[in-house]
Design a protein around this ligand. Structure first.
Ligand code: UDP
Ligand code: MG
Length: 323
């Protein structure tokens, strides 16, 4: 028997916030018009997070826990949860209560009006640094300009998707994942519900600058070939410059006798050109790296164990392949 609603909630080291999350979820689930399942994905937590969820499952039989064999990153953790979800409407949300569970009622209302993807869009972002907000703004506007699809602004991974969309999503096997791009790319009838993004309830962000940059590059490179075209145009620009300069030298050589000077210009041109070369090979490298990643054909993740209320602590089920 499958439930009507599935919640997919990835977490990594969130022991401080999980008890409150469970409480607030409990209330939201009780208010729903039909049954729900909650799929928690433990993305390689090193603290007591998994134990807290495993314990909560006894009192909340609609909750389940999938533990990944190590930290695979947020986007993969969400994917792991989605692969288990069986509801008619699936809600993806963060564990840190920045995505308030109560907003789910509005997402569901929009789904009932016939929307197949309901993005939750942030009105105001409390407790996030100036740098995070600014860099996100710049990133979203670059992405909008460069990518072939329109990713709604200020939309993270908090959203509801219809089972039809999940089915489409499951056919997208890419390794370097940028979920918000993928959910825009699939099409379907999409809508937006605005909400106020709260401060993190406890703990610190698990998306430090490095991970944010990786996500940004995955988004840009995964959904746009503009960087490659940029490399081409830079090449054209530099060649035009070089040809003009060559002509200039030729004219000087033919009509004057002042050709010996010019060490400075040689150095400038040489360093500019080698800079260009490095930049362009770097851009190409980004795409080649992704091809390499795809070519390896590795599974996206491994599951360490799955915990459900009906089966009391399944010890025998360890590390089987998923993906
Ligand atoms: N998360 C995860 N794996 C990671 C990093 C983060 O499962 O490698 C989870 C994290 O526990 C949280 C959600 O992804 O539930 C969003 O992360 P976070 O709140 O740290 O990001 P931010 O809101 O600061 O962008
Ligand atoms: Mg957060």
């Amino acid at each position: 028997m499958s439930s009507k609603y599935s919640f997919v909630i990835p977490f990594m080291n969130e022991e401080d916030v999980l008890p409150l999350l469970i409480k607030r979820l409990r209330r939201v689930i009780d208010d729903l018009d039909a049954s729900a399942e909650v799929i928690f994905v433990d993305d390689g937590s090193k603290d007591k997070s998994a134990a807290i969820i495993a314990k909560a499952i006894n009192a909340n039989p609609e909750m389940k826990l999938i533990r990944l064999s190590r930290n695979f990153g947020h986007q993969i953790a969400v994917t792991a949860g989605l692969n288990k979800a069986s509801g008619e409407a699936i809600i993806i949300m963060d564990a840190d209560l920045q995505d308030p569970p109560e907003v789910v009622h509005e997402l569901i209302a929009s789904w009932k009006e016939g929307n197949e993807i309901v993005h939750a869009q942030r009105n105001r972002r409390q407790g996030e640094t100036w740098f995070k907000k600014k860099s996100a703004m710049v990133f979203y506007s670059i992405l909008k300009r460069l990518s072939s699809i329109d990713i709604p602004r200020d939309v993270g991974d908090f959203r509801l998707i219809d089972a039809k969309v999940l089915n489409a999503f499951r056919q997208m096997p890419e390794r370097d994942r940028f979920l918000r791009g993928m959910f825009s790319w699939v099409g379907f009838k999409q809508s937006i519900v605005r909400f106020d993004r709260d401060e993190r309830e406890a703990g610190v962000t698990k998306y430090p600058l490095g991970k944010m940059m990786k996500l940004a590059i995955d988004g840009l490179v995964g959904f746009s070939d503009a960087p490659l075209r940029l490399a081409l145009w830079m090449g054209v620009l530099v060649s035009v410059g070089a040809i003009s300069y060559g002509l200039y030298i030729l004219i000087i050589a033919m009509f004057t006798d002042q050709l010996v000077a010019g060490w400075a210009s040689t150095v400038v041109i040489l360093s500019f050109l080698s800079g260009m070369n490095l930049l362009i090979s770097g851009v190409i490298g980004l795409y080649v790296g992704r091809i390499h990643n795809e070519a390896k054909q590795r599974p996206l993740y491994f599951v360490l164990e799955e915990v459900e209320a009906v089966i009391p602590t399944p010890k025998g089920k360890r590390a089987h392949v998923k993906g």
